[in-house]
Design a protein around this ligand. Structure first.
Ligand SMILES: C[S@@+](CC[C@H](N)C(=O)[O-])C[C@H]1O[C@@H](n2cnc3c(N)ncnc32)[C@H](O)[C@@H]1O
Length: 213
């Protein structure tokens, strides 16, 4: 997959790109580009935002700036999905993550300030996605959330078998994974269920299935 993120803060992604599993698929299953709107703006002095028509607080990311950035990178309107990250978008779910992980290419548009000029969402993006019903200060964290969730579904990102029975997976009917325990087996009288210490794999498997939430 080729995934391009347009942002005002490309360096914000540095930590995430060093972490597994994302780091493990970078340059292989995932080609990631972090692109700054400021590098493509046709306006002077790196301007990317402007005051809202009709007045009101805050500034908006300009449609001509985002269009110029897309034109510069793709030549024309890209043929793949372009996702605007916005609180007004479709809520991100594991189902949507699985869908997006099948795409050969994606572009993420993040904003800051009061958000996007609405024409960006209407005409330049194909999708609008929200990571949840709350407001963050910028689209970088939402982009990282989406990027991480998609990257771990790419081939080779996770050890075999570890991604299939996770919370919200189709295999668990969208439910939540069973509880996990590690040593010590007894801590302050809080005991690990006996069956998990029994070595009986059939019983352990049955216990895990029963405890899917
Ligand atoms: C301060 S927010 C804008 C909030 C907007 N004025 C509103 O009330 O809906 C700035 C930017 O952060 C990003 N953002 C904030 N919360 C988000 C969320 N829950 N999901 C996706 N993106 C979000 C978007 O790119 C948004 O344009």
């Amino acid at each position: 997959m080729r995934l391009d993120v347009f942002t005002l803060v490309p360096h914000a992604f540095a930590w995430l790109t060093e972490q597994r599993p994302l780091a493990g698929v970078l340059g292989d299953e995932l080609e990631l580009r972090l692109l700054s709107y400021r590098d493509y703006t046709p306006l002077r002095a790196g301007q990317v935002d402007d005051e809202p028509y009709g007045g009101g607080a805050g500034m908006l990311l300009r449609v001509d700036v985002v269009a110029a950035a897309l034109d510069a990178v793709y030549g024309a309107q890209p043929e793949h999905r372009v996702i605007a990250l916005t609180p007004q978008g479709r809520q991100l779910t594991q189902e949507l993550v699985e869908e997006l992980a099948q795409e050969p290419a994606l572009t993420l548009l993040s904003s800051r300030f009061e958000g996007f000029d609405e024409r960006i969402v209407e005409h330049l993006a194909t999708d609008a996605v929200s990571i949840g019903p709350y407001v963050l200060s910028g689209g970088e964290l939402p982009a990282m959330v989406l990027l991480d969730a998609v990257a771990r579904r790419l081939p080779g990102a996770l050890a075999e078998g570890s991604g299939e029975l996770e919370s919200f997976s189709a295999e668990l009917g969208g439910g939540l994974e069973h509880p996990h325990y590690t040593r010590p087996a007894d801590f302050r009288g809080w005991k690990v269920p006996d069956v998990l210490l029994s070595g009986d794999h059939a019983k352990i498997e049955a216990w895990r299935r029963e405890h899917v939430r």
